[in-house]
Design a binder for this molecule. Structure first.
Ligand SMILES: C[S@@+](CC[C@H](N)C(=O)[O-])C[C@H]1O[C@@H](n2cnc3c(N)ncnc32)[C@H](O)[C@@H]1O
Length: 205
């Protein structure tokens, strides 16, 4: 884990982030630099801990509710931890970090693919039943715009599943804006210790 992540996950920082109105765009440069460092260190292995497993179970549950028999596009998939144990007919994971995609590719089979791609501009070959962004939007220059970009490309009845840390002021604000822009069809809150996440499913109105 990087120093930034350790600080972010500390209970005192979590309490401050919950109250201080700091927009995501101000935090993004620090988070993006840290993201690059985490990628270089292969630090995403920390997402395999029991604390994080609670969130992965919740995200898999919402994704499967809409995509167990369909096409799931996992944006910012890293090495595809979410894919492990997920039910789907077709899965495509995309990430802009080559090392993550290289690691993920050992899991490829006739239903499962990983591609190197930029999340903000990627256009899937077929309309997905589910597009999932799990702990990714913090790193995007226009989180809401990117979510809407995917919402416009869904198969009929499809959803975009967004999971974010839900106690920070910036994330609560993003979730309010998201619920105004798209129809929120499903939302669960999960917590583990002092950390909590929102897992929501959205579709165009
Ligand atoms: C916290 S990890 C996400 C983990 C993953 N979604 C999962 O469920 O295990 C963030 C990932 O987002 C990717 N990412 C960040 N910005 C991106 C962008 N603009 N395009 C594609 N991937 C991006 C990073 O390379 C990193 O792998």
């Amino acid at each position: 884990m990087t120093v930034v992540q350790a600080v972010l996950e500390h209970p005192i920082t979590a309490a401050v982030m919950a109250r201080v109105p700091m927009p995501l765009r101000l935090a993004r440069p620090v988070l993006t630099r840290d993201n690059a460092k985490e990628n270089r260190q292969d630090a995403w292995q920390r997402l395999r801990t029991e604390t994080e497993a609670v969130r992965y179970r919740a995200v898999r549950g919402v994704v499967e509710a809409y995509g167990a028999d369909g096409f799931v596009l996992d944006v910012g998939c890293s090495q595809g931890i979410l894919q492990e144990g997920l039910r789907y007919a077709r899965y495509l994971g995309v990430d802009s970090f080559p090392g993550a995609i290289e690691r993920a590719r050992v899991k490829e089979d006739d239903r499962t693919r990983f591609e190197l791609a930029e999340a903000t501009t990627y256009r899937p070959d077929l309309p997905p039943d589910v597009v999932v962004l799990n702990e990714v939007v913090y790193y995007l220059p226009d989180p809401l715009g990117t979510i809407v970009h995917y919402a416009r490309r869904l198969a009929p009845g499809g959803v975009v599943v967004v999971s974010v840390y839900s106690r920070a002021w910036a994330c609560r604000r993003l979730l309010r804006r998201l619920a105004r822009e798209l129809e929120e069809v499903h939302r669960v809150e999960v917590s583990s210790g002092h950390l909590a996440w929102s897992v929501g499913a959205y579709r165009p109105r």
